[in-house]
Write a protein that binds this ligand. Structure first.
Ligand code: HEM
Length: 514
């Protein structure tokens, strides 16, 4: 009798729990998305019809893969094939539904905005109620933890306060030696290749740009523990690769399943944590050093966080700085060199300026500051191939932008590639490489300067902008002062959107000493 009673109790409890779980699941997957979509549609916003559960994810993925297949073409990039062509579905939807439209990533609902005034209002909004998308923090948890890139509210404010001063220009000036060392070591390996090839080498430059950028960040972050830093960054890179495969399953809740890539990610995450904490521990034993890791450590320890929270703070922010600065800088250098290789007249102009200013010396901070034509070429390259293609935010409370009431939970996206190539904003040559448009700075280059945002805008502006620009200037100017570069016939133009916009088949250059 007692057993029967217990059994009935267990069955009833199981039924109640299952019903509760089903209800929660229904709420997250069906009811909540529908509620948010209809709240926006009631205000007159339209958009592509979402498929049940997956929203518009599959059509986005299909269009992205089709664009990558259609793009390959030998020789210099055709004008129409810069940045914006990567995400054709957005342009199609924009034509069909207007400058503000809604679409769905399954459980996450997006309001896509390219209307200039509203973009300005969103990107410069300082309210902590507008934050980074929470689904990204969940999906990229293994990769980014709770570091600055995805955190919100007071936790973000605290991290920004500690990290920002470490990347101000006066600190970047102190990194010039290590940037010069990494530049020289890249050019020396090119020199060996050119000599072995008898004076003209074909070089696939992508990996060189990556090791340059990784080298700079390793040295800036880890100082004399730099070789340990390299080991950490190799693992982070592997983690980034595993994570980029999951780009288009965001919002589908797949992150909890023990799939092969999730298991790989979890193992890498554990290794990285152990390695970073070991370096921090060695610090305590060996003494003081003034690098980024030390500053993060001190900042975390000065706040009243528990030991566990300090550890998390340090590990997550090391990961975040690396991930924010490594691939973005490397891919920017790659695209800029590709564009200069396929535009010899601009290559000559920039080289003349470099030779004039540097007079055979390795460029330093003062020289980099004076290079106006190079700055224009870099700006133009970041316009056509902005590594970060989407600026995204989430309404963490009910908010209002323009005349639209945005309910809590809705994500706001603005597509940087679309804004950077819109003929309405940049003129009829908006798809062409024409650094001259930046002769009078960003204000002179386009109708709405605040829509040029390779480093983002507003309170979440890139912290590494100074470092990245100095790195790009020193590296590119030194390469141009040593070599003449042109596109190899092997080069296939196929920009692909992963976590950043990258050349799918790499960039092959013909490199010849001057
Ligand atoms: C050409 C290279 C780079 C580009 C194009 C770039 C671009 C960006 C963009 C667009 C954002 C803002 C994203 C948003 O608003 O949602 C951002 C944020 C950030 N970047 Fe960069 N970045 C570059 C290099 C770097 C470097 C070298 C570092 C550090 C060493 C860095 C550290 C950061 C950090 C910490 C943030 C987060 C700021 C915050 O949320 O408060 N970036 N970056």
């Amino acid at each position: 009798m007692a057993t029967q009673y217990l059994w009935n109790l267990l069955v009833s409890a199981a039924v109640v729990v299952s019903l509760r779980l089903l209800f929660l699941l229904y709420n997250v997957v069906v009811a909540q998305p529908r509620r948010l979509r209809s709240a926006l549609r009631r205000q007159g916003l339209s958009g592509p019809p979402p498929a049940f559960l997956l929203g518009n994810i599959l059509e986005m993925k299909r269009a992205r893969d089709a664009a990558a297949k259609a793009a390959p073409l030998s020789g210099p990039p055709p004008a129409h094939n810069c940045g914006a062509a990567l995400l054709p579905f957005f342009d199609e939807w924009r034509k069909q539904y207007g400058e503000v439209f809604v679409f769905s990533l399954g459980t996450t609902q997006i309001m896509h905005v390219t209307q200039p005034e509203m973009v300005r209002e969103i990107t410069t909004c300082t309210s902590l109620d507008l934050g980074k998308p929470t689904y990204q923090a969940k999906e990229r948890g293994a990769l980014l933890g709770q570091g600055i890139l995805t955190s919100n509210g007071p936790h973000w404010v605290h991290q920004r306060k500690i990290l920002a001063p470490e990347l101000y220009m006066d600190k970047v000036k102190g990194m010039i030696n290590l940037i010069q060392d990494s530049t020289i070591s890249l050019c020396e390996s090119w020199k060996r290749q050119v000599e072995e090839a008898g004076g003209l080498a074909e070089i696939k430059i992508d990996e060189y740009m990556r090791s340059f950028s990784g080298d700079v960040i390793s040295r800036a972050c880890f100082g004399s523990n730099y070789s340990k830093g390299e080991e950490i960054f190799l693992k982070l890179r592997a983690l980034q690769e595993v994570s980029s495969k999951k780009l288009f399953v965001s919002g589908t809740g797949m992150r909890h399943l023990p799939t092969k890539s999730n298991r790989e990610a979890w193992a890498l995450e554990k290794d990285i944590k152990t390695l970073v904490l070991n370096v921090a521990k060695e610090r305590d034993e060996a003494g003081f050093e003034k690098d980024l890791l030390q500053m993060v450590l001190e900042g975390a320890r000065q706040s009243d966080l528990s030991q566990d929270a300090v550890d998390r703070f340090v590990v997550d922010n090391c990961k975040n700085i690396y991930l924010a600065g490594y691939e973005t800088t490397a891919v920017s250098a790659t695209w800029c060199l590709m564009l200069l290789a396929s535009n010899p007249e601009w290559q000559d102009l920039v080289r003349r300026e470099v030779v004039d200013i540097c007079k055979g010396q390795v460029p330093d901070y003062e020289a980099a500051k004076k290079m106006k034509l190079l700055t224009m070429a870099i700006n133009e390259s970041l316009r056509l191939y902005p590594p970060v293609s989407v600026v995204s935010r989430e309404a963490l409370k009910d908010m209002k932008f323009g005349n639209i009431n945005v309910p809590k939970g809705v994500n706001l996206w603005t597509l940087v590639t679309t804004l950077h190539t819109d003929p309405e904003i940049w003129g009829s040559d908006s798809y062409e490489f024409n650094p001259q448009r930046f002769a009078n700075g960003i204000t002179g280059a386009c109708k709405y300067p605040y829509l040029y945002m390779p480093f983002g805008v507003g309170p979440r502006l890139c912290l590494g902008q100074n470092l990245a620009l100095v790195e790009l200037k020193i590296l590119i100017s030194f390469i141009l002062s040593k070599y003449s570069i042109s596109l190899s016939p092997k080069y296939v133009h196929s920009p692909l959107l992963n976590l950043v916009i990258e050349p799918k088949f790499g960039v092959h250059l013909l490199v010849k000493p001057l």
